[in-house]
Design a protein around this ligand. Structure first.
Ligand code: M6R
Length: 604
């Protein structure tokens, strides 16, 4: 989704190059156009924007040559209005005195726009955002300060926003506000930064203020002024030192973030297990006291949650995984104060997930959040938060956070099961050292994945089949293939494939099978045989000693023995991630920046 990067120099340096760097650092969020506005040395707003990638725009529009000590920048992911230069942010008022960059959606923009048009305001774009500078321009006519005018505007706006604003009226400040959409402040001796996400400024500071819903205010050379629309007692916000390092948010010699993050999984799983073990207090009690338990998430996090449902079921714990955007319609009317919702979100900022959790909270349900980002919105809704140790994930396609989510959910259920007398020591001990085998899976399968990409890159369709614990793995594998290689990949419960999907299978149709040596093994084989006898090109991920599956397959990827249990996704998903990655590369696509996708989806 849109990215905001703003900078105020405390030592009189031009900020445009840093803003451009921040926007580059936020490219993973997804965007189609970008722009920068600075207050120039004549105290005028200088604005440059256009359609396309930052590098291209920086060259064409010469962002770096813009002079000014205060500025704002934006990468736009279109929601209202086509992808055009005019619709790109920042947006200005009629007098060109106020520039605003915004992430989110202003739901009541049409009525505000119509009222302002009747008052004589001229609008140049089709965006919802453009009402903000005009509304503030209008409010300023009553001789109020910029801060008061901003506050008055915020009270009128409905929807979600993170916004930054500069104005000739008070040229020493960057104003800001946040409601639902994320906004953080970074501080060091030279600058103050405002951004949608911490990696934007991680190379300059780890000292961060995480703004909360309703916060608004301004930053100036010596002041960070924060107030809250709903809580008059807020007079400031404390800063925290984030543990993420600059290196963690860089490519570290890999061609893409995605490949780096796939390779980071041994470490991210190891760290997550340690971190989760220190945050488990109170969680089992919540599980214990719940009437119904729902796992709520979107995209990859949903597949991790579905794994949670299967893993919980193995130990006799009933739960249900639900896609966030369907939650209200599917189970909304059943939720009450005795229920427990486990919200799973890498970013902690996914609008669909937050909306469903807020609803559940209003109904009195208890909430556990599993997220990768300290201080994210989900942690403020939850009764109890568990922060994973995956580190920053920049690639749009989730990889290491999927395995961290699985590791977290496994840790929860094994702890619960142990307290109920189940013999889980073997699996718990294996979870503590599984990272070593993930390393082996990477080593054994990477070259093979590359080889298979030579075949896959010419294909337009694929099936991914799994059963039981294998199903969410198949689903996640198919999502990766769709997202970054743009191959139509559909995942099915293997047994369901004969009820329709098999009609498409003819000579050389790729069918991926996640084959576990558990109670699903024989039924999984039956499904793959059915596909093979119709000409399917069978690619299996199976245990290293599984001769029968390898005989049946045209291509196979091997996993060490004894992982046909709830630890399976931590290993079986890895070859599928690599296959998607190398197929995207072979298709000359950029896996870090898939079209139409955004890293955190902060609109509904
Ligand atoms: O930040 P979240 O985990 O809440 O994000 C949920 C989905 O938007 C996300 O997993 C998305 O599906 C990714 N592109 C998957 O690779």
């Amino acid at each position: 989704m849109c990215g905001i990067g703003a900078c105020l120099s405390r030592i009189g340096e031009n900020v445009a190059p840093k803003i451009v760097k921040m926007l580059k650092n936020l490219e993973y969020r997804g965007y189609d156009s970008a722009g920068v506005a600075v207050l120039d040395l004549d105290n005028k707003i200088s604005l440059r924007k256009g359609v396309g990638k930052i590098d291209k725009l920086a060259k064409e529009l010469k962002f770096d040559e813009m002079k000014g000590f205060i500025g704002i920048g934006h990468t736009r992911w279109a929601t209202h209005g086509a992808v055009t230069k005019f619709n790109a942010h920042p947006h200005v008022d009629c007098l060109n005195e106020i520039a605003v960059a915004h992430n989110g959606i202003i739901e009541n923009y049409i009525e505000i726009r119509e009222r302002l048009e009747r008052l004589g305001h001229k609008f140049l774009t089709q965006t919802d955002t453009e009402v903000i500078p005009h509304l503030i321009e209008e409010n300023l006519k009553n001789n109020s300060s910029v801060l008061e005018s901003l506050k008055k505007a915020l009270i009128e706006l409905k929807g979600a926003y993170a916004l930054v604003l500069i104005t000739r009226r008070e040229p020493d400040k960057i104003f800001f506000a946040r409601f639902f959409s994320p906004l953080v402040i970074g501080i060091n001796d030279r600058d103050i930064y405002l951004a949608s996400d911490i990696p934007a400024f991680l190379e300059w500071t780890r000292k961060v203020i995480i703004l909360q819903d309703g916060d608004y205010g301004f930053v100036s050379r010596d002041n960070i002024y924060v107030r809250n629309l709903f809580d008059p007692s807020v007079k400031s916000r404390n800063w925290v030192l984030v543990e993420w390092t600059k290196e963690m948010a860089e490519k570290g010699g890999y061609q893409h973030y995605m490949l780096k993050e796939i390779h980071e999984q041994p470490e991210s799983i190891r760290r997550t297990v340690i971190m989760v073990s220190k945050q488990i207090n109170g969680v089992i009690e919540l599980l214990e006291n719940a009437k119904d338990v729902y796992l709520l998430a979107a995209g990859t996090s949903y597949y991790a949650s579905l794994h949670g449902q299967y893993a919980f079921a193995k130990y006799g714990f009933k739960s249900r995984a639900i896609v966030s955007s369907e939650f209200l319609e599917e189970v909304g009317s059943f939720i009450d104060k005795d229920d427990l919702i486990i919200g799973v979100s890498q970013s902690g900022e996914t609008a669909d997930t937050l909306k469903a959790l807020r609803y559940a909270r209003e109904k009195g349900a208890r909430i556990i959040a599993i997220t990768n980002v300290v201080g994210s919105a989900i942690t403020r809704i939850a009764d109890k938060s568990i922060i994973m140790g995956a580190g920053p994930e920049i690639g749009v396609a989730a990889t290491k956070t999927f395995t961290s989510q699985v590791a977290t959910l496994n840790y929860l259920i094994l702890t619960w099961a142990k307290e109920h007398g189940a013999d889980v020591d073997y699996l718990m001990n294996k979870l503590l050292v599984v990272h070593k085998d993930v390393e082996r899976v990477l080593e054994k399968n990477e070259k093979k994945a590359k080889n298979l990409s030579e075949i896959m890159y010419k294909r337009n369709n694929a099936y991914y089949l799994g059963r039981g614990i294998g199903l969410p793995i198949a689903m996640e594998g198919a999502l990766k293939m769709k997202e970054i290689a743009y191959i139509h990949a559909e995942a099915y419960p293997a047994g369901e494939s004969k009820h329709g999907p098999i009609a498409l299978v003819t000579h050389d149709f790729p069918v991926f099978g996640v084959v576990l040596k558990d109670e699903t093994y024989h039924r999984m084989h039956i499904a793959l045989e059915e596909m093979k006898s119709r000409g399917g090109f069978i690619v299996s991920v199976n245990e290293v000693n599984d001769q029968d599956t390898m005989r049946l397959s045209d291509y196979h990827f091997v996993i060490p023995e004894n992982y046909s249990n709830i630890l399976a996704p931590l290993l079986y998903v890895v070859p599928l991630q690599l296959i998607a990655y190398y197929t995207a590369i072979k298709r000359r696509l950029d896996p870090d920046r898939p079209r139409n996708l955004a890293k955190s989806v902060t609109v509904e």
